[in-house]
Design a protein around this ligand. Sequence first.
Ligand SMILES: Nc1nc2c([nH]c(=O)n2[C@@H]2O[C@H](COP(=O)(O)OP(=O)(O)OP(=O)(O)O)[C@@H](O)[C@H]2O)c(=O)[nH]1
Length: 139
Amino acid sequence: MLRPMSESKLLLVAAVALIDPDGRVLLAERPAGKQLAGMWEFPGGKVDAGETLEQALIRELQEELGITVEKSCLAPFTFASHAYETFHLLMPLYVCRVWEGTVQPLEGQRLAWVKVGDMDSYPMPPADKPLVAMLRDLL
Ligand SMILES: Nc1nc2c([nH]c(=O)n2[C@@H]2O[C@H](COP(=O)(O)OP(=O)(O)OP(=O)(O)O)[C@@H](O)[C@H]2O)c(=O)[nH]1
C-alpha cells in the first residue's frame, strides 16, 4: 500500500561496489540480530548528520573493512530508492576499484568476493535487486 512520505522517514545510506582486478564484487553478510540478518549487501552505512556521502562511505569502509579510500576513487554509479515497512531507503551506490590496505571483516561479518553472474546465490535485500542488474551491465 502506498503511504504518504510524511508517515515513513527517508533514510540515506551510502554504499559501494568494491571491484577487484578479476571483476568480482565484495558482498558482506548482515550479522545475526540486525534487521535483514543473513542478507548479503554492499558495504556502507547510514550517513550521519553533517557528513557528505563520500565522507560517510570513507568512514564506514575504514570501520567495517579496514581499508582507506580516497574520494577521487569513489565513482557515483546509480542509486536505490525502496520503500521498507518503516522507512524509505535512498541509497546511492558508488563503484570503487582502488583502495589502500587489505579488506578485513573487522565487525565479524562474513565477506565474499562474488562474480556478478553468481550474485543470485547470495540473498540480498529487496532494495539491491535493481542494482545487481545494473552491475551486470557494467561488468
Ligand atoms: N550498507 C547497506 N545497507 C543496505 C543495503 N541494502 C539495504 O537495503 N540496506 C539497508 O540500509 C540500512 C543500512 O544501514 P546500516 O547498515 O548503517 O544500519 P544497521 O541496520 O546496521 O544499523 P546500525 O548501524 O544502526 O546498527 C539498513 O536498513 C539496510 O537494511 C546495502 O546493499 N548495503
